[in-house]
Ligand binder design. Structure first.
Ligand code: NAX
Length: 327
């Protein structure tokens, strides 16, 4: 009886893949005692580079890694998968319109969503990282009619971690003292970082929550545009921090969120907080026993609500465009 968990990573030969794979293999996702099988998917021209990554994984001699499969075939990659990281996506190139980007990625996520439907475990946990992440997750989910739509989630954890990092920086404290931060909406510049429920060392009374000048003129723009700032400074997009966020997201989903804390996941809206169904939206969630639930009943300030609806409108527009493309 093999109890190894099968973990599929798409876009495995890319830069996020290069950070993600070694941390998963080292046990940062499910612990060092959990045996795993890695299935690495990329496109045919990337197979040489992917073999090189596999050679390096072999050279780490990770005790818990039972097997590593490199493939360009989604049927092989998603077979019996317990966990899927969908990192591979078509990158935005100079001169490309947003509709072109949506259309290219709709093709990829349609095919892969169907393959997940046909080959993965029925309770598979899928995290979409590849952009536009929320809408790609929606496309994959719409093409997996035999699976619960809740199997498909999108990554806002990098935005969540960025928000926490900025608060820690501002207050000169450790991130471990900060709880109940979230980021509503789309993984785009319309996202809404929210500290109105924040607790510092268990105390909900923090003057920073009332500092509207800082929130609107510094905190929001820094977090919303952090991806572009990293590109400007580093010359390439966030990779290690994105891989770290992907691990945080999936680890919490599989193993549970700490008591008294919530985290942000992009999940199918169920109508909570007035966000209509039909989009994958960043919500605060708690995870337990391998399942997540949207945190209910949080009071929402008017300025947050207004921004949340704008982000929803953007996602609704993307969903409508994709429906036209997919027919
Ligand atoms: P790279 O271009 O380094 O790697 C992408 C990999 O995906 C390449 O190896 C490519 O061959 C592969 N790929 C392309 N089409 C594929 C297909 N149909 N099937 C399988 N593999 C395919 O990009 P990287 O920096 O790793 O970023 C990957 C994605 O993450 C991008 O879409 C990027 O925009 C997105 N990001 C999402 C973030 C988030 O918070 N949700 C943050 C980081 C990142 O920007």
């Amino acid at each position: 009886m093999n109890n190894a968990k099968i973990i599929t990573i798409t876009g495995a030969a890319g830069q996020i893949g290069y950070s993600l794979l070694f941390r998963i293999a080292a046990g940062d996702l499910l612990g060092k005692d959990q045996k795993i099988i890695l299935k690495l998917l990329d496109i045919t021209p990337a197979m040489g580079a992917l073999e090189g990554v596999k050679m390096e994984l072999d050279d780490c001699a990770f005790d818990n890694v039972e097997d590593i499969v490199c493939t360009d075939d989604p049927a092989i990659a998603f077979k019996d998968a317990d966990i899927v990281f969908m990192v591979g996506a078509f990158p935005r190139k100079a001169g490309m319109e947003r509709a072109d980007l949506l259309s290219k990625n709709a093709g990829i996520f349609k095919v892969q969503g169907k393959a997940i439907n046909d080959y993965a475990k029925k309770d598979v946990k899928v995290l979409v990282v590849g952009n536009p992440a929320n809408t790609n997750a929606l496309i994959a989910s719409l093409n997996a009619p035999d699976l619960d739509p809740k199997c498909f989630t999108a990554m806002l954890r990098l935005d969540h971690n960025r928000a926490k990092g900025q608060v820690a920086h501002k207050l000169g404290i450790s991130t471990e003292d900060i709880k109940k931060v979230c980021v509503w909406g789309n993984h785009s510049s319309s996202q809404v970082p929210d500290i109105s429920q924040m607790e510092i060392k268990g105390d909900a009374n923090c003057p920073l929550k009332e500092d509207m000048a800082w929130i609107k003129d510094e905190f929001w723009p820094i977090v919303q545009k952090r991806g572009a700032a990293v590109i400007a400074a580093r010359g390439s997009s966030s990779a290690a921090s994105a891989a770290n966020a992907a691990i945080c997201h999936m680890r919490d989903w599989c193993l549970g969120t700490p008591k008294g804390e919530f985290v942000t996941m992009g999940v199918p809206s169920d109508g909570s907080y007035g966000i209509p169904k039909g989009v994958i939206y960043g919500f605060p969630v708690v995870c337990k026993d391998g399942k997540y639930e949207i945190v209910q009943g949080l009071p929402i300030a008017d300025y947050v609500k207004e921004a949340m609806m704008k982000s929803y409108e953007e996602l609704k527009g993307e969903a409508e465009e994709v429906k036209k493309i997919l027919g």
